[in-house]
Design a protein around this ligand. Structure first.
Ligand code: AMP
Length: 639
């Protein structure tokens, strides 16, 4: 297959980025080894890369420990008295943890885990709100070599149980609750419901956050506070193989079951340490705030592992962005003197709705750099962000990456060199990343022609596999274009080599930046007794990017009604969680399908959004233009 470099550097005038990128392409292993030496290793590797397609193992033979990198190395320096975490609770309570406090807590939490029988290689499920105990437990797991899986606290009991059972977690760690928009969320109740269906969970460890009374089951449930009394002050960090898993994080794919994305210890940390410097130009004096939830990959890499590996001061906020008022975030930026602010286009669009007057009260002059992640940022939101939050002073790094990539892959890199920005474009690939846009046959697309975004070479942050299912890993990412990692996204590349990511090419939705598979949503719908068949599509939304629309065929004996619609929405909440509640449920007699039985989602999408079906390109449907048009007319008529 013909290969062309991902950027045509002969036209590229900017020396520094060009120089680094080329070095990374000419000698990738030498380049990544140089980056790896920036971290403290207990033992250096024997081999930089062991590439047995599609499985890559980085820094083979090397030994290191994530908690040593994120905490211990800093307490050996003046940073022991530096702030690691400024935490702000939704009700306004605050905690400030220095690196030495973080070190002490990580050790004590690691001791608690050991004392209740958690060993190297065991799986630990974390179902916690945005409180400091969440990163502390992640680091404590890493310290003793246990593998954590963080489950977003917005998921329901069933979604939580599915993930726990897939991984066979030994212990579930949760809290008595959390605050969200002034309300108390009782996570323990959800955990209690979950463990009825999770035979591997022997203990439930509970963090006290709200102080609201929760029921504790004797012999199974334990308060963290009680165990901390017995905890040792020092637990030596376990020397982990670079290729040992650090964590497993579930994400949606194109089949029903969420995929357990397995990340390595060495490759993941090396990649994130490097990418974080290139993208955010982190400095000793930076105060960095990423508004994501730790339950998603952005939270793992960009709140916990990358910033802490640099000894950065981070801000962490528990609650809703608009509580108690729409100015909560700007208040936090002023209060902590945030210099780097990283958020999602959905949040920006939410604030745009309320105008810029809310901002005037606050001093945002500490900000130096802004970031965006989760979905493409529309130029209008980009400009609003640039003008009103960044006061036309701060560059915006629009960072493209995914759960699978482990770290940021395509973005501006002010930490190397600030290149011109184009609103709506994620810019150029990071050093070491050979990104391309290809057509259906895997051939490079023409300039500005829509195609599939692929990555040619393995990179250290790449997932190891899908937990328990290497075959699914090979199928999902490597079979469509042999030898190239398939991202599942559409993109174009312009004549400057800048990438423009156009959204998912597969059956995955991005609702407020959260990834949810249509099949997962369809399975949830048909698990309702009234639904015989269902199809789910995304509808364009001015704030959330996409909202969920369900087309449902009812079983015999059920009548379409507003009450049934509400009931189905509630059912989604029960099965997956509040993130999965559809905006609309349409009841139909038939679903548009191709001759081979594939649902024509394009038709459903057009009907849901009340738009024409537009050009039918071969990229998106196997059906003929006539078939698609006919199905579209029929469906519209039937509604
Ligand atoms: P997740 O794995 O949940 O982080 O979702 C990854 C997906 O989010 C990608 O495959 C893209 O579809 C989308 N995405 C993330 N960041 C960006 C971005 N900066 N621009 C466009 N799409 C993005």
């Amino acid at each position: 297959m013909p290969r062309s470099p991902s950027i045509d550097t002969k036209y590229w005038p900017h020396k520094k980025y060009f120089e680094v990128y080329h070095r990374s392409m000419e000698n990738p292993e030498g380049f990544w080894a140089e980056e790896a030496y920036k971290l403290p290793w207990f033992k250096t590797w024997d081999k930089v890369l062991d590439w047995k397609p599609p499985f890559a193992r980085w820094f083979v033979g090397g030994q290191l420990n994530a908690s040593y990198i994120c905490v211990d190395q800093h307490v050996k320096t003046w940073r022991k008295s530096k702030v690691a975490i400024y935490w702000e609770g939704e009700p306004g309570d605050t905690r400030v943890l220095s690196y030495s406090t973080l070190h002490r807590e990580v050790n004590r939490f690691a001791s608690v885990l050991k004392n209740i029988g958690i060993k190297r290689g065991d799986k630990v499920a974390l179902y916690l709100p945005m409180i400091p105990e969440l990163p502390i437990f992640m680091l404590a797991c890493g310290r003793i070599g246990a593998v954590h899986t963080v489950i977003f606290s917005g998921f329901s009991a069933q979604a939580l149980a599915d993930r726990i059972n897939d991984i066979g977690a030994k212990i579930l760690i949760t809290a008595d609750g959390s605050f969200r928009r002034g309300k108390l969320l009782n996570l323990k109740e959800i955990a209690d419901e979950t463990v009825k269906f999770t035979p591997t969970i022997k203990k439930v460890l509970v963090v006290k956050r709200t102080g609201s009374g929760v029921s504790m089951k004797e012999g199974r449930d334990l308060w963290l506070d009680d165990l901390l009394g017995e905890a040792e002050a020092h637990v030596p960090p376990e020397p982990m193989e670079s290729t040992d898993p650090l964590y497993i994080l579930y994400t949606s794919g194109t089949t029903g079951k969420p995929k357990g994305i397995v990340h390595s210890t060495g490759g993941y940390l090396v990649y994130n340490h490097a990418a974080y410097k290139w993208v955010f130009d982190i400095k000793e004096e930076s105060v960095y705030w990423c508004t994501a939830d730790v339950g998603w990959v952005t939270g793992h890499s960009s709140i916990v592992y990358a910033p802490l590996s640099h000894g950065a001061a981070i801000v962490m906020y528990e609650g809703a962005p608009d509580y108690p008022g729409i100015d909560r975030w700007w208040d936090i930026i002023e209060k902590y003197g945030v210099t780097i602010f990283y958020t999602s286009p959905t949040a920006i669009r939410l604030f745009m709705k309320y105008g810029a007057d809310w901002l005037k009260k606050y001093n945002l002059s500490t900000l130096e750099l802004l970031g965006s992640v989760g979905e493409a940022i529309n130029p209008e939101a980009w400009l609003w962000y640039y003008r009103n939050i960044g006061e036309e002073r701060c560059p915006i790094v629009d960072t493209w990456w995914q759960t699978e990539t482990g770290g940021i892959m395509i973005s501006a890199t002010p930490g190397i060199e600030q290149l011109p920005l184009k609103p709506g474009s994620t810019g150029l690939p990071l050093p070491g990343i050979e990104a391309m846009v290809v057509d259906e046959n895997g051939e490079p697309s023409l300039t500005s022609e829509k195609g599939y975004l692929v990555i040619n070479k393995p990179w250290p942050g790449m997932l190891l596999t899908i937990y328990g299912n290497p075959e699914r890993y090979a199928e999902a990412y490597w079979r469509k274009f042999p030898g190239q990692f398939y991202t599942g996204d559409y993109a174009t590349k312009d004549s400057d080599g800048y990438f423009w990511v156009l959204g998912r090419a597969d059956e995955v939705l991005k609702v407020a930046g959260h990834r949810i598979g249509t099949i997962e949503l369809e399975n949830a719908a048909i698990s309702h007794p009234a639904v015989a068949e269902a199809a789910v599509v995304g509808k364009t939304d001015p704030v959330k990017g996409e909202t969920i629309v369900t087309f449902a065929i009812l079983r015999e004996g059920f009548e379409a009604s507003p009450t049934l619609e509400q009931e189905i929405k509630k059912h989604y909440r029960r099965v997956i969680g509040p993130v999965a509640i559809p905006e609309e449920v349409y009841f139909v007699n038939r679903l548009p399908k191709t001759r081979s039985g594939k649902i024509m989602r394009r038709v459903l999408k057009a009907v849901a959004s009340d738009t024409d079906i537009g050009d039918v390109t071969t990229l998106e449907d196997e059906a003929s233009v006539e078939e698609v048009r006919k199905a579209y007319e029929e469906l519209k008529k039937g509604l």
